[in-house]
Design a protein around this ligand. Structure first.
Ligand code: SF4
Length: 121
């Protein structure tokens, strides 16, 4: 079986073809670098993604603050993780790196702030 994909590891977007036999990757072609090879192998065995989103802020200068996963999570967990993020409201002040959710959905990954909000003056 062959699977075609676009590498998203950098903006070049190489078209990669992965050949799979008996659940084993037998070849990766079309990638320009090793990152593409690693991306393609992960994509066919355990696809992962990082998420960027926002949470609500009480008393913030802005009503929401951006956040992200501290690392990639399994693609299949995205919907559940987004549900958990949508439940969160934090209090200002917020600092970059503040952990909003630890070990979200048992993924071993945290949801962390990616901006500051010192709150209303
Ligand atoms: S294979 Fe390498 S050069 Fe091509 S898109 Fe992926 S990371 Fe970029």
């Amino acid at each position: 079986m062959k699977r075609d994909m676009t590498c998203v590891a950098c903006p070049l977007g190489c078209q990669i073809t992965v050949e799979i036999e008996n659940d084993e990757v037998v070849s990766v072609t079309g990638n320009t670098c090793k990152r593409g090879d690693a991306y393609a192998r992960t994509e066919v065995t355990n696809p992962v993604r990082s998420i960027h989103s926002t949470v609500k802020v009480n008393g913030g200068y802005y009503p929401i603050v951006p956040c992200k996963t501290s690392g990639p999570i399994p693609k299949g967990a995205i919907f559940d993780v987004m549900k958990e993020i949508n439940k969160v409201t934090v209090d200002a002040p917020v600092k970059i790196g503040d952990v909003f959710i630890e070990n979200v959905c048992g993924t071993g990954v945290d949801i962390v702030a990616t901006n500051n909000d010192e709150g209303k003056k």
